[in-house]
Write a protein that binds this ligand. Sequence first.
Ligand SMILES: [Zn+2]
Length: 239
Amino acid sequence: MADAPADAIWLRIENFGSGETGDKTVAYVQAAREFHALGIPVIADHTGGLSGLGLLAFGAVGGLAHGVTMLEGFKADAWRRPKSEGGQDGGPVTRVYIPRLDLHLKKAEARAFLKSSTRTMARFGCRDTHCCPGGIDGTLDNPTRHFVHQRSSQIAEMSRIPQSIRPSRYLEDNVRPVSGDVSAAFGLGAISAELRSKFEKKLKAMERFQQAISHFSQIDEMNSMAEVPPRRSERKQSS
Ligand SMILES: [Zn+2]
């Protein structure tokens, strides 16, 4: 691919997405690094969440691309099936992103969860006045604005950390807190059985994720870094 006329490589990996396992995230990091020798930016397409942030933390990719509260994973089976007319509810539904749980919930589910107690509201509700000036009602009224702002601030925060310490900060500031918050959410009394089983699944997944990422961060030498794609403003200047 060295002489391919391209200014960036976009990776769209089947069966990889947000909420991916630690082992698959590590495998992605190792595979994406093979492209660094080409000297052009590598971007992870259809990826987000904690696993996507991990790709950035380990310098495997220089950028992430995904839809708004959707398309954070990729499965090619959709291409093999003929398009259905409209779908059950007339298209994809915007979900509510709960950053502290690394989960998206359906709107009704999110409302029931966030409003289940004042403690839940305080711990899991968005307190960022940039996206949710009205607190939880603001989040539920405009889940898109909330998601875009929260996701871009996670990435901005990551990019301010020197590369050499990004993996350890990612573990401390992103992975461990999510494990703790999911565990707390699972222990809540006033939630539906459906939500509890969702949290239980996430809790088990987080234990394995944390273990795999923590092991990898200890053995990884990080000897290559992805180039960061130019920002929109930089692209405009050069064209
Ligand atoms: Zn918000």
